[in-house]
Design a protein around this ligand. Structure first.
Ligand code: URA
Length: 262
């Protein structure tokens, strides 16, 4: 575990400036083995890709995010427990009407690893904890495989509330929720972020690049200079167990980044 240090003001300002549609910016480096691959078109493009990504997903048509995003000014001084309280009473999007409870995230407050999934499912909605269903059990095993106990990482989701019938998150829900994850990242200052699945990866990195092309690359959340590694969602692995080998490669890659991050 690392010691926590206050964020530089410039990073905080950069973060605030980036709020609104473009909360995060990213750049990517290639893993050595992929260094000959052509650069991704998406990497050079600017944020505001979230709506684009969402527009490609099978979901009811949504013109523009119409809900107010959470005002970062309100949460910028909150610690994790105050933030969890704020999330628990959130009504910023319609998901509050159907949730049983919010799912803030769980884990060590000085974790080196931040694992980010998509959104709570039925089990998580019932228990108030991320990744507690079958996919969560597989995630716990995946972490164990690289020597990490669930308790020593922090696990959170892009959305803090369950979308009904496990449908994909909508762009306006991601927008409404993103300051919470931003503040979590700011407080945790992890050495590595592992994004699980297409929706987590595309939302976090504001790209529409297919997940298969995002794997094996090192991204950074520039405002925080935190490395991000993308891998498949454990729910996908339950359906396609042959892909576990690739996830194992991704986990080893992420572990190396965490070691390299000072
Ligand atoms: N899938 C996710 O993406 N997150 C959870 O918390 C559970 C399942």
């Amino acid at each position: 575990m690392k010691s926590s240090q206050p964020l530089e003001e410039s990073r905080r300002v950069a973060y605030l400036n980036a709020l609104g549609i473009a909360l995060w910016t990213q750049k990517a480096q290639l893993q050595e083995s992929e260094a000959v691959a052509p650069p991704e078109e998406s990497i050079a493009r600017q944020p505001a890709r979230l709506q684009e990504a969402a527009a490609q997903e099978p979901q009811p048509a949504v013109d523009e995010p119409s809900l107010p995003v959470i005002d970062y000014e309100i949460i910028k001084n909150m610690d994790l427990s105050a933030l969890a309280g704020q999330v628990a009473s959130c009504t910023a999007c319609d998901l509050h009407k159907t949730r049983k409870q919010t799912v803030f995230g769980v884990g060590h407050h000085k974790a080196d690893w931040l694992i980010i999934g998509e959104a709570p499912g039925a089990d998580e909605d019932r228990q108030g904890e991320p990744f507690v269903g079958r996919a969560g059990q597989l995630l716990t095993q995946m972490l164990r495989a690289i020597g990490l106990a669930r308790e020593e990482v922090f696990i959170a989701n892009i959305l803090k509330c369950r979308p009904p019938n496990n449908r994909d998150p909508r762009a306006e829900e991601v927008s409404a929720c993103q300051a919470y994850l931003g503040r979590q990242i700011e407080l945790l200052e992890p050495k590595i972020i592992l994004a699980l699945g297409r929706i987590a990866a595309q939302s976090l990195l504001q790209t529409s690049t297919p997940i298969g092309k995002m794997r094996g690359r090192l991204y950074h959340l520039e405002n925080y200079n935190i490395p991000v590694v993308v891998t498949y969602h454990p729910a996908y692995l339950l359906r396609s167990p042959r892909e576990k080998r690739k996830v194992w490669e991704d986990l080893k890659f992420a572990r190396q980044q965490a070691i390299d991050t000072v």
